[in-house]
Design a protein around this ligand. Structure first.
Ligand code: FES
Length: 131
């Protein structure tokens, strides 16, 4: 076997042209808080990469969306969660956004970014946004 025939060191880092989504690299997860630091039914804002991300804990699950309200820039993490509609109402003028997918409930064509979030052991981690 010559050098050119060596298998790649990390086969997952090689993109499969037939199934690019399956072979995409795992996002870089950043620890933002410890499990238990966000009370049930509330949110907190954390810097992740160059963004501020609002992380919510509702009905025992974590959600993460852009913290910046597209209306006038309030922190959505300081808004009011409605667990029935899985949404947060902005603290300034009450625009409501899905905490599950970021959609503005009054016009779902408009949405703030949503981010992957997970609990790993005692850490809450958010996938670093791609620039
Ligand atoms: S700043 Fe969020 S609704 Fe106005």
């Amino acid at each position: 076997m010559t050098d050119s025939e060596q298998p790649p060191d990390n086969p997952k880092s090689q993109e499969d042209p037939l199934f690019p989504e399956q072979s995409a690299a795992e996002p870089n997860f950043v620890t933002v808080a410890k499990v238990g630091e966000i009370p049930e039914g509330e949110g907190r804002a954390y810097p992740v990469g160059k963004r501020m991300v609002a992380v919510f804990f509702s009905e025992g699950k974590y959600f993460a969306i852009d913290d910046f309200c597209p209306h006038q820039g309030a922190s959505l993490a300081e808004g009011y969660i409605d667990s029935a509609s899985c949404s947060v109402a902005c603290p300034w003028h009450h625009w409501r956004f899905s905490i599950d997918n970021g959609a503005w409930l009054d016009n779902p064509k408009i949405a703030v970014d949503k981010f992957e979030v997970r609990a790993m052991g005692e850490n809450i981690q958010v996938a670093e946004p791609k620039e």
